[in-house]
Each structure stands twice: as C-alpha cells, then as structure tokens.
Design a protein around this ligand. Structure first.
Ligand SMILES: [Zn+2]
Length: 127
C-alpha cells in the first residue's frame, strides 16, 4: 500500500479548497483508526497532525482530527499507523509503504532492536 499520499498530495487547492483526493484518503485513515478495538470504547482518536500539541499524543474527535490534518499536515514519517491500531511494520513493509514499491528487503536487514542495517546491505541487494 502506497502511503505517499499523506505527504505528496496537496491538501488544499488554491489554498482554501480541500482537495477531495486528500480528503478521501484522510477519511479512510480515520475510518481505519475508528475500526480498531482500542478506540471502540471512545469517540476520539490520537491526532496525527503536525501541531506540537498533537503529534499522536492528544486524543481528539474525528472531525477535529480531520481539520487539523488538512490545515497542518501529518506529523513527518508517520507511514506506519502504530498509534491508530496498526501493527508495527517489518522494515520491508515500512520501506514499501514509504516508496510504494514492492522491493523485498531481507529480514536480516534489521535486528531485534529494530535497528536498520539496510544501508549495510545495499551492495548485496543488487539486481
Ligand atoms: Zn492535531
């Protein structure tokens, strides 16, 4: 799944009209979060916007989250929605979400502590 839309799509058209493409994807994100059991007993989800007071630390109602993300954008590098009920990606999954590619990254490219050794393997993963 390519999540480059989170940062690559213009959130506004002409600076004041919400881009329907962005809004559609954003609503899918909010629906995803609300579908998770951890949020089922509350109406609010963590706000992933880039306001210093939010950044996945503050719970807000979905309508507020929507407005925040449209005005402030997502907090940087939030491709793996771990604060919204999604399991943490393997490095391969993370890489593919960032790039939208299906390039396999070998499991040994990261260790149990989540450290990324991918840069060490670049030469070995040639065509
Ligand atoms: Zn926010």
């Amino acid at each position: 799944m390519d999540r480059s839309w989170m940062y690559n799509i213009d959130r506004l058209i002409n600076g004041n009209i919400v881009n329907p493409d962005f809004e559609r994807q954003l609503l899918e994100f909010i629906t995803f979060a609300l579908s998770k059991p951890r949020f089922a007993d509350r109406k609010n989800i963590r706000c992933p916007c880039n306001r210093p007071k939010c950044r996945n630390t503050t719970f807000r109602d979905p309508e507020t989250v929507k407005v925040h993300v449209i005005t402030e954008g997502f907090v940087p590098y939030y491709y793996n929605w771990v604060h919204h009920g999604e399991p943490r990606f393997s490095l391969t999954g993370y890489y593919n979400h960032m790039t939208g590619s299906n390039t396999p990254v070998p499991d040994y490219a990261y260790d149990l502590h989540g450290n990324n050794h991918e840069s060490d393997e670049v030469d070995a993963v040639g065509p």
